[in-house]
Structures are given as C-alpha cells and as structure tokens.
Design a binder for this molecule. Structure first.
Ligand SMILES: Cc1ncc(C[n+]2csc(CCOP(=O)(O)OP(=O)(O)O)c2C)c(N)n1
Length: 344
C-alpha cells in the first residue's frame, strides 16, 4: 500500500472525508505561510521591520487543525507562530503585513502589539497578549460561555511546549475537565522553549498531562497535516457531543531560531537542525499530492508565482500604509469605541 492509499484503496484524504480541492488548498496555505515567513525574515534583515517570530516547521499542524474546525463559528486563541493557522481561517496577507509593519489599519491591534499577536472580531480570533499561555484560561472561558449559552461553537487554543509548564495551562485544563467544556488544547511541541530543550522542561509526555485532568491527550505527528486533521476532527466531535476537552500534542521541530533576536546555534547544532529539516511537512505533503496524481511541477510553478505576486502586493501595501498617530496610543487604554482609530 502506498503512502497515499488507505486500507480500502481510497486516497488517505478521501478516507478522512477531504476532497482533492481541500487538500490542494491545505498545501497552498502551508506554502503561503512558509513564503510569508521567509519574506518577514528578509524584511527584518533589510531593516524594514524590527522583529519577527517565525513559524517555520509548524505549518502542517496549523493547517490540518484549521480544516478540522468549523470555520464559520468556532473561536480561536492562537499563539505567535500561528501564521498558517490564521491564514487558514481567513486572515489575508495584506492584514498580516499591516501587522508586521505596525500600521494603523492592522486589524490585530492597530499596530500596537508585536507582530504575531493576533486578534480579529471578524474571524473570531480572540486577542492575546505577550505573557505566554494567558490565552489558555481565556479559551476555557469562551468554552464555558458556549456551554452556558448552549451554542455549538468550540474553542481552539494553541501554545508551545514550554508554555505547557505554566500554571495557566494547568488551571485552564483542570477547569475545562471538571466542566467538560468544548475546548481543544493544541500544544505545538517544537522541542524548544527559546534555548531550553524539551528534556530539560518536561520529564513525561505532554499529551499524558491531560489524563490528570480527566480527558484524553493525543500525541500526533505535527509534520503530517492529515494526521493532525484526523485527531482534531475527533476532538471537535467529542467537544460538540458534550464530552469535553481534548489535548492534542502536535510533535514538530522549530526550524528557525526562536525569533530574529535569537542566535540558535549557541544552544543547538546545525546537524540537529538539518536532520529535522528532512522531516519538514511541506515537501512530504507535496510528494503525497504528486503520488495521488493531483499535483505536478507545472501546477507547483504557477502556484509559487501566484503566491509571490500576492506577497509582493501585500508587502508594498503594508510598507506604504500609514502609521498610527502618536496620540493614538491613548485609544483603548481606558476608553475608546470600536470605530475609533486602531479599533478596527
Ligand atoms: C509568562 C512569560 N514568561 C516568559 C516569557 C518570555 N518568552 C517568550 S516566548 C518564550 C518561550 C516559550 O516557549 P514555548 O512555549 O515552548 O513556545 P515556542 O516559542 O517554542 O513556540 C518565553 C520564555 C513570556 N513571554 N511570558
């Protein structure tokens, strides 16, 4: 049996209920996020922007997760590496660039927060702040609201492996377990919390932490978007049936430094990074699509051209857009309505 076939002779994605169009869209989103990320790194090196936190190596899990959610009603509390996720739920490259360049029309925070601090009423992305893991109790609160209001939405929250050691995770998970709340916790275990490797942070398995709070925890290959989709779909179905939360541990590797302020080769070797580059989900998914007979080099070349054109457009749009005025800093500190500058 080839990697593209299931036991019943269908393609793997068809056996999961995904159409050819959907998996091609997943692939395009993964590549778009990767190219966006690479552009950000370039812009930072060129001195056009100050700072970037990369999501390179985490795209497959993010796209797989997004496709398993109900993108018309679920609420999301992503963390700072989730570019592929926010693109998958409808954020545009232009919006991401407005955020990257800290411009007034940035829908995430009107240029107030660092890039990667997502928030959009339109897309039901709940705004987050810089202390890691604070989004977890918020996600649990949204799930409690869903239960109290008898709404069918599920909340989805992501965080890193280091963040799974914060009290916020444990308090949120406990509350969600006790009240059987419709929330899916996805830990993007990229093996590092800045310079601290996983084995110096956690003695057991992150997925197993769910057992202590009375709900299932599943570890999954975070480089495989279809596997992540499968476990996320099950998690969502459980949540909607009123059976409570699930912890998904997507195991992957952070291929780029922690941020543009980090020198990662001070704490890990090039050989280690290169060995993990071979497990990158993007070329593997491309090979899968080719094996299924729905992708080829010609289609790849035209997709890459399309992505480059969209990125060029978004980059110059973000670059040319106006900055906030100095006095805008006062909006939303104590007051300010949604129609005000920076409140879009
Ligand atoms: C409460 C808190 N402590 C420390 C920091 C500084 N900090 C920012 S990112 C980060 C690492 C988080 O690692 P992890 O949760 O594994 O996510 P990753 O960055 O690896 O994706 C730290 C310590 C912070 N932002 N908030």
């Amino acid at each position: 049996m080839s990697q593209s076939e299931s036991a019943v002779g269908q393609t793997k994605h068809a056996s999961l209920g995904l159409t050819d169009e959907q998996v091609l869209e997943m692939y395009k989103l993964m590549v778009t996020a990767r190219r966006y990320d690479e552009r950000c790194l370039l812009l930072q090196r060129a001195g056009k922007i100050k700072f970037h936190v990369s999501g390179i190596g985490q795209e497959a899990a993010q796209v797989g997760a997004a496709f398993a959610l109900d993108r018309n009603q679920d609420y999301y509390l992503p963390y700072y590496r989730d570019y592929a996720f926010v693109l998958s739920v409808g954020m545009t490259l232009r919006e991401l660039m407005l955020c990257l360049f800290s411009k007034i029309d940035d829908p995430n925070s009107g240029g107030r927060q660092m890039p990667g601090h997502f928030g959009s009423k339109r897309l039901r992305i709940v705004t987050g702040s810089s202390p890691v893991t604070t989004q977890v109790p918020h996600a649990v609160g949204f799930a409690l609201a869903a239960k109290m209001k008898r709404k069918e939405f599920v909340t989805f929250v992501t965080f890193g492996d280091g963040s799974s050691n914060q009290g916020d995770f444990h308090e949120g998970a406990n509350m969600a377990g006790v009240h059987k709340l419709p929330v899916i916790f996805m830990c993007e275990n990229n093996q590092y919390a800045i310079s601290v490797p996983l084995h110096k942070q956690v003695a057991g398995r992150i997925a197993d932490r769910a057992l202590g709070y009375g709900f299932p925890g599943v570890a999954v290959d975070g480089n495989d978007p279809l596997e992540v989709y499968r476990v996320m779909k099950e998690a969502r179905e459980r949540a909607v049936r009123g059976e409570g939360p699930t912890l998904v541990e997507a195991v992957m590797y952070r291929l780029s430094p922690h941020s543009t302020s980090d020198e990662d080769l001070a704490y890990r070797t090039k050989e280690e990074v290169d060995a993990n580059r071979d497990k990158d989900g993007i070329p593997k998914f491309k090979a899968y699509l080719v094996e299924c007979g729905i992708w080829n080099e010609e289609l790849e070349a035209s997709m890459l051209q399309e992505i480059k054109a969209a990125l060029d457009d978004a980059t110059s749009f973000g670059d040319k857009a106006p900055f906030p005025e100095p006095e805008d800093i006062l909006y939303h500190v104590y007051d300010g309505d949604d129609a005000g500058r920076g409140g879009r």
